[in-house]
Design a protein around this ligand. Structure first.
Ligand SMILES: Cc1cc2nc3c(=O)[nH]c(=O)nc-3n(C[C@H](O)[C@H](O)[C@H](O)COP(=O)(O)OP(=O)(O)OC[C@H]3O[C@@H](n4cnc5c(N)ncnc54)[C@H](O)[C@@H]3O)c2cc1C
Length: 377
C-alpha cells in the first residue's frame, strides 16, 4: 500500500525530477521546487551517464532521449603517463551535458503529472502531525506527506535534518577541461582514455573529431568562483607546467586555446552522512551521497536512489519503514562507490598508485522496480 499521496521535492537537478517520475509510477503526486529561475541551461559539467543510470531511465521511460542526446562510449583504456596502456575493459556510458540530462528527466516528470516551480528556495522545514510543512524564501508555505531533499551537495535539507551533518570534503583537486583540435593525439572513437602517472588526464574523441580532455590539478582549496576569477591563460600555463612530462597531456595542453578552457571547480565528495531521513523528510542524490566526479557515478547513483525510494514508499506500511528500508538498501552501495572514487582521487592528487581495472563494477546493477522490496516482508 502506498504510504503517501503527496510529495514535496526540493531540487530539480537529476535526483529530484527522477524521484517525481518514479513517484508518479506509484500514483504519488509531486511538486518540485527549484531555486534556479528556469530549467538548468548551462549549469554543470559534461558527465558520463553510466549503464546503471541508463537502466534506471529505461524503467522510468526516459532512456531514449538520453541515448539520442548523448555520445556513446563503450570502452575504457588506462595508460601511464608515458602513453603506455596497462588496462582495457568494456565501460563508459553516454556522455552529455548535465543540464541536458536534467532537462530530459524534468520534462518526463512534468509529462507524468509533476509540477515544477522555479525560482523558489527552501529555507525551513517543520514537522506537523501527519504532514511536513516547508517554508520558501519568498514566504510561501507548502505542505506534503513527505519532503524529499534532492538539493545537491550543498543541501539545505541535509543541514535542516541534522545541523551536525558533515559538509562535503575537498579532495585536493581542481577540475579543468577543454575541447581541442589535435593533430598529435590519437583518441579512439567510442573510447574513454584515462592517463595516470604523477598527474591524471582523461580524454575522448568528440563526434566533430576534436579531442575533449579533463584534468585534475592538485591545489589548495578554492571555490569555483575563485577559480574563475583567475584568467584562463594563467591556469593553462600552470597546467602546461604541471603536465610538462605527461603523455599525451603535454601535446593536448599545447594545442588548447585559453578561450576554450573550462574550470569545473573543486572536486568535492560527501563523507558518510549519519542521518539520511527524519520525520517525513528524506535525502536523495548528491545531498546524501555525492561520490565526486572521479566515480563517474554521481548522476547514476542519484537516479538509482530516486527509484529505490519510490519502491520502498510503495511497499512499506508507513513512511518510517520506507525510509529505513531505503537507507538499508542504498547506504552500502553508495559508500562503496564513494570509497573507490576516494582512492582514485588520492591517485590523482599524487598520494596513491593508479587504480587497476575495477574489481567492483558499479555499472553491473539492475533495480527490478516491479519486485516487492524483500526487506519489507
Ligand atoms: C565536474 C563534474 C563532473 C561530473 N561528472 C560526472 C560523471 O561523469 N558522471 C556522473 O554520473 N556524475 C558526474 N558528476 C556528478 C553529477 O553531476 C551529480 O552527481 C548529479 O548532478 C547529482 O544530482 P542531484 O540532483 O543530486 O544534485 P544536483 O544536480 O546538484 O541538483 C540539485 C538541485 O537542487 C537545487 N537546490 C539547491 N538548494 C535548493 C534549495 N534550498 N531550494 C530549492 N532548490 C535547491 C539546485 O539549484 C539544483 O538544481 C560530475 C559532477 C561534477 C561537478
Amino acid at each position: 500500500m502506498v504510504a503517501v499521496q503527496k510529495a514535496l521535492i526540493v531540487g530539480a537537478g537529476i535526483a529530484g525530477p527522477a524521484a517525481a517520475l518514479a513517484l508518479a509510477k506509484i500514483g504519488v503526486e509531486s511538486t518540485v521546487v527549484e531555486s534556479h529561475t528556469g530549467p538548468a541551461a548551462g549549469v554543470g559539467a559534461i558527465i558520463t551517464l553510466a549503464g546503471n543510470g541508463l537502466d534506471v531511465l529505461r524503467t522510468l521511460g526516459a532512456d531514449a532521449a538520453v541515448v539520442s542526446a548523448g555520445q556513446q562510449i563503450s570502452e575504457i583504456v588506462m595508460s601511464d603517463d608515458s602513453g603506455q596502456p596497462f588496462a582495457r575493459f568494456p565501460g563508459g556510458g553516454h556522455v552529455l551535458p548535465r543540464d541536458v540530462l536534467a532537462q530530459i528527466v524534468t520534462e518526463r516528470a512534468t509529462t507524468s503529472g509533476a509540477s515544477v516551480v522555479y525560482g523558489r528556495r527552501l529555507v525551513e522545514i517543520s514537522p506537523e502531525h501527519d504532514a511536513v510543512v516547508a517554508r520558501l524564501e519568498d514566504g510561501t508555505v507548502l505542505e506534503a506527506d513527505v519532503l524529499i531533499g534532492a538539493d545537491g551537495i550543498h543541501s539545505t535539507v541535509r543541514r535542516l535534518l541534522d545541523p551536525h551533518a558533515p559538509a562535503p570534503v575537498y579532495e585536493g583537486l581542481l577540475g579543468f577541461g577543454a575541447p581541442t583540435h589535435s593533430d598529435k593525439v590519437h583518441a579512439e572513437a567510442g573510447v574513454m582514455h584515462f592517463a595516470f602517472g604523477r598527474r591524471f588526464l582523461g580524454y575522448w574523441r568528440l563526434p566533430d573529431d576534436r579531442v575533449c580532455w579533463y584534468a585534475a590539478l592538485p591545489h589548495e582549496q578554492l571555490s569555483r568562483k575563485q577559480v574563475v576569477a583567475v584568467p584562463p591563460e594563467v591556469w593553462l600555463e600552470r597546467l602546461r607546467t604541471e603536465y610538462a612530462e605527461h603523455v599525451p597531456a603535454k601535446d593536448l595542453l599545447a594545442e588548447t586555446r585559453s578561450a576554450d578552457l573550462v574550470a569545473t571547480g573543486p572536486t568535492l565528495r560527501m563523507p558518510p552522512v549519519p542521518r539520511w531521513a527524519g520525520d517525513r523528510v528524506v535525502l536523495v542524490g548528491d545531498a546524501v551521497h555525492a561520490p565526486s566526479s572521479s566515480s563517474g557515478q554521481g548522476a547514476s547513483m542519484a537516479l538509482e536512489s530516486a527509484l529505490e525510494l519510490a519502491r520502498c514508499l510503495r511497499d512499506a506500511r508507513d513512511v518510517d519503514a520506507a525510509f529505513r528500508a531505503y537507507e538499508a538498501i542504498r547506504r552500502p552501495r553508495v559508500e562503496a562507490v564513494s570509497a573507490i572514487a576516494a582512492a582514485a582521487n588520492r591517485a590523482k592528487a599524487g598520494a596513491g598508485s593508479a587504480p587497476a581495472a575495477p574489481r567492483f563494477d558499479p555499472v553491473d546493477h539492475h533495480i527490478d522496480f516491479e519486485a516487492r522490496v524483500a526487506l519489507l516482508d
